[in-house]
Design a protein around this ligand. Structure first.
Ligand SMILES: [Zn+2]
Length: 251
C-alpha cells in the first residue's frame, strides 16, 4: 500500500480538499447551534448562583426566627418573675424589702420591653429578607423558563444533526489520514486563524476564494498544473483550481 508520501501533488491536494469539505460541513452544524451551547451553560451557572443566594436568605430568616423564639422565652421568664414578685410584695415586712422587690420588677419589665423591641426589629428584617427571597425566586423561575426554551432548541438541533455530525467526524478522521503531514499542519494552522474555517479555497473569478485578492494569470496556470502546493500571498490559504475543487465530492 502506498504511503501518503508517494502520492502526487494532485492527489495530496484532492485529499486536503476533501478534508476541507468535510470540515466545512461540520462547521455548518456548529453554526446551526450558534450561541446556544454557551447560552445554556451561562444560564445554568446563573441559576446555580441564584439558588445559592436563595438558600443563604432562607438560612438568615431561620436564624432570625430562632432569635425571636429565644426572645419570647425571655419575655415569658420575665413575666413569670414579675408575677412572682407581685405575690411577694403582698407579704413584705418593711419598706426596704418593698423597694427591693419593686426594683426587681422594674428590671424585669425593662427586660420585656427590650426583648419586644428585638422581636420587632427582627420581624421587620425578616419582612425585608422575605421580599429579597421573593425576588430571587422570581429570577430563578424566569431564568429556568428561559433555560428550558434554549435547551429545547439545542436538543432539537442536536437530534436533527447528531447522526450527521458523527458521520462527518468519522469521515474527517479518515480523511486526515490521507493528508500529507506538512500539509496537515498548515491546514490546521490556517483553519484556526480564520473564522469561516476555510484553509483550502478555489480560485474564483481570478481571485483567491478566501480573501478575494487577485491571482496573477501566471500563478493561476501554476495552480492548474497541480505540480506544487501554492498558497495565497495575501491570506496564506491553500489555493486549488476550480475544476479539482469541484471534482472532489463529499456526501
Ligand atoms: Zn487569499
Amino acid at each position: 500500500m502506498a504511503t501518503v508520501k508517494d502520492f502526487s501533488v494532485e492527489e495530496k491536494l484532492a485529499s486536503v480538499i476533501k478534508l476541507q469539505k468535510i470540515d466545512s460541513k461540520r462547521d455548518g452544524i456548529q453554526i446551526l447551534k450558534g450561541e446556544l451551547p454557551i447560552e445554556v451553560s451561562d444560564l445554568e451557572d446563573e441559576i446555580e448562583g441564584l439558588h445559592a443566594r436563595q438558600n443563604r436568605i432562607e438560612e438568615e430568616i431561620n436564624g432570625m426566627q430562632q432569635f425571636i423564639e429565644q426572645k419570647k422565652l425571655v419575655i415569658k421568664e420575665s413575666n413569670d418573675l414579675v408575677k412572682k414578685y407581685e405575690k411577694q410584695s403582698d407579704n413584705v415586712k418593711n419598706n426596704r424589702e418593698f423597694e427591693a422587690i419593686n426594683k426587681e420588677m422594674e428590671m424585669q419589665t425593662l427586660e420585656v420591653k427590650l426583648a419586644e423591641k428585638h422581636i420587632k426589629d427582627a420581624t421587620d428584617e425578616i419582612g425585608e429578607k422575605a421580599k429579597a427571597l421573593e425576588i430571587a425566586k422570581k429570577a430563578v423561575s424566569t431564568k429556568e423558563t428561559n433555560l428550558k426554551g434554549k435547551k429545547g432548541e439545542l436538543e432539537k438541533i442536536i437530534a436533527e444533526t447528531d447522526k450527521e455530525e458523527k458521520q462527518y467526524n468519522k469521515l474527517a478522521n479518515a480523511a486526515r489520514e490521507h493528508v500529507d503531514e506538512r500539509l496537515m499542519m498548515s491546514y490546521d494552522r490556517i483553519r484556526k486563524n480564520y473564522r469561516n474555517g476555510l484553509a483550502v479555497v478555489p480560485v474564483e473569478r481570478d481571485s483567491c476564494g478566501g480573501c478575494f485578492n487577485a491571482i496573477p494569470p501566471q500563478k493561476q496556470s501554476e495552480i492548474k498544473q497541480r505540480k506544487k502546493i501554492i498558497v495565497c500571498e495575501n491570506c496564506g490559504r491553500i489555493l486549488v483550481d476550480d475544476e479539482l475543487n469541484n471534482a472532489v465530492e463529499v456526501k
